[in-house]
Design a protein around this ligand. Structure first.
Ligand code: HEC
Ligand code: HEC
Length: 239
């Protein structure tokens, strides 16, 4: 049994020691924040992007670092997941990206606003969050399959897959489509799509999906003629 004075001593020593540890951990954590957030990369554009995010109450539907509402996707890793080219197409007109299907608001953003938001998302995505968000699905990346690498080594077996994916495929298409098991699953996998359609069909489809299949949920994307040519060649080769 402790005597009264021993108990008092025990109480004070314990309280003071653990308060000290708590304070030290707090100071230590705060001191690490600038490094973890890469504060030096916080440019004026990042700050403007953050204000746009706050002013429009994007948190009303989205979360960043788990903070916010759970209606729409977590955005901490959206830059990594989608990439700049995709975000540039999506943000000015979200509904055009998901025709008939989705609920993201269309804002009247200027080009400057869009690039500020993208700078903000890039910065947020680069924070050291001790592993948050966990791997799939929130941090799933949808980069393009490297088809040339897959077939390197196998001799030219007349295999179609020797056509490399054009860069635009990885920037815009793989967010929704899979080839070789990598990519999103909003649209169908395109592994054997070349058996279904001819090159000319792909061109018409990419120019205006609605014209070919009214009511389709494939978006009309801002593609240049040379993008369309390269994509049609690539798709026709997916046998
Ligand atoms: C009314 C709810 C709502 C609000 C408010 C909203 N969003 Fe969204 N957002 C969505 C939904 C739903 C999606 C999923 C795609 C879709 O359905 O259009 C989405 C998708 C996104 C994506 C793509 C995420 C990904 O990785 O695929 C980004 C980026 C985004 N929103 C940014 C914003 C920004 C920036 C704002 C504020 C200016 C905002 N959102 C406000 C509902 C909302
Ligand atoms: C936002 C999601 C989304 C993006 C981005 C997208 N697609 Fe699609 N795609 C779809 C959906 C959904 C369908 C199915 C449409 C339907 O059945 O009406 C589709 C259908 C297709 C088809 C027809 C497949 C078939 O078997 O009939 C092709 C080919 C295609 N997409 C190619 C592309 C290419 C190339 C790109 C990039 C330039 C792209 N898609 C970008 C969602 C998307």
């Amino acid at each position: 049994m402790l005597s009264k004075s021993q108990a008092r001593l025990f109480f004070w020593v314990g309280t003071i020691m653990f308060s000290g540890v708590f304070l030290w951990l707090t100071v230590d954590t705060i001191a690490k924040v600038p490094d973890q957030t890469h504060e030096k990369n916080m440019t004026a554009a990042v700050i403007r992007g953050k204000h746009i995010f706050d002013k429009n109450n994007c948190m009303g539907c989205h979360t960043i670092m788990g903070e916010g509402a759970y209606y729409a996707p977590e955005l901490t890793k959206t830059y990594e997941r989608r990439g700049e080219a995709w975000l540039k197409v999506f943000l000015p007109d979200p509904e055009a990206m998901y025709p008939n299907a989705r609920r993201m608001v269309k804002y009247k953003f200027s080009e400057q606003d869009i690039s500020d938001l993208i700078a903000f998302f890039k910065w947020v995505g680069e924070m050291d969050l001790n592993g948050f968000p966990a791997d799939p699905p929130l941090k799933q990346s949808t980069t393009a399959p490297n088809t040339t690498a897959n077939t390197a080594g196998t001799s030219a077996s007349a295999s179609s897959t020797l056509v490399a994916a054009p860069a635009v495929y990885g920037q815009l298409c793989s967010a929704c489509h899979q080839i070789g098991g990598s990519g999103g699953s909003v649209g169908p996998a395109l592994d054997t799509v070349g058996q279904k359609y001819e090159q000319a069909w792909f061109k018409d489809w990419l120019k205006d999906p609605q014209a070919i299949r009214p009511g389709t949920t494939m978006p009309k994307l801002p593609l240049s003629d040379s993008d369309i040519d390269a994509l049609a060649t690539y798709l026709a080769a997916q046998q």
